[in-house]
Design a protein around this ligand. Structure first.
Ligand code: S3P
Length: 185
């Protein structure tokens, strides 16, 4: 995208851009690229949780259980979302906590649902072992179940961008174009 349009997005953004979607959707990767393109800070909410807890996501689930993880996640998200423009990538389940959904789907936040077909997500998550919800389950079955329960909530996002088989550079362009259109009256 040309520099003039990037400058327009930078000028018009008044709050954070939040990338949501299932595990494997590319939230972290695309979040870093988007932040780079817009010269904004990038925050991966899971990294903040890990730092605060002093242990990995898997360890938090094992030792303290998912409800404890969700409470930590909601607290971290509330803090991150009260800041100004920046790019935030929460874990895929964050917006299932009603208080977090209330913050993410609010006026000054632009939420982007990164969507990809289940088979693409399954292939991506099978390359990474640090996802407790995927431990010992068939990724396709689990991701289908999660898409059914979470899809309606992800559907509340301001924008939806496909991140399936196309290149990350193409997805970045699609996110920037969607943001530009959204921010242009
Ligand atoms: C989760 C997604 C993970 C992480 C945790 C739970 C979920 O983050 O927060 O394992 O409930 O979908 P990613 O979406 O970045 O993999």
């Amino acid at each position: 995208m040309d520099a003039g349009k990037i400058a327009h997005i930078q000028k018009k953004l008044t709050g954070p851009v939040v990338l949501i979607g299932l595990m494997g959707a590319g939230k972290t990767r695309m979040g870093k690229m988007l932040a780079g393109a817009l010269s904004l800070a990038f925050t991966d909410a899971d990294d903040v949780i890990v730092e605060r807890a002093g242990m990995s996501i898997s360890e938090i689930f094992e030792r303290h259980g998912e409800p404890h993880f969700r409470a930590l996640e909601a607290d971290v998200m509330e803090g991150l979302l009260s800041q100004g423009p920046g790019v935030i990538s929460p874990g895929g389940g964050a917006v299932m906590t009603p208080s977090t959904a209330g913050h993410v789907f609010s006026e000054n936040v632009v939420s982007v649902w990164l969507h990809a077909p289940i088979d693409v997500l399954a292939e991506r998550v099978s390359r990474n072992k640090n996802r407790p919800l995927m431990a010992g389950v068939d990724p396709t079955v689990k991701l289908t179940e999660l898409m059914n329960t979470r899809g309606p909530v992800y559907g509340r996002a301001t924008l939806r961008v496909e991140n399936g088989v196309q290149s990350p550079d193409d997805t970045l362009e699609d996110i920037l174009s969607a943001l530009y259109t959204h921010l242009t009256p």
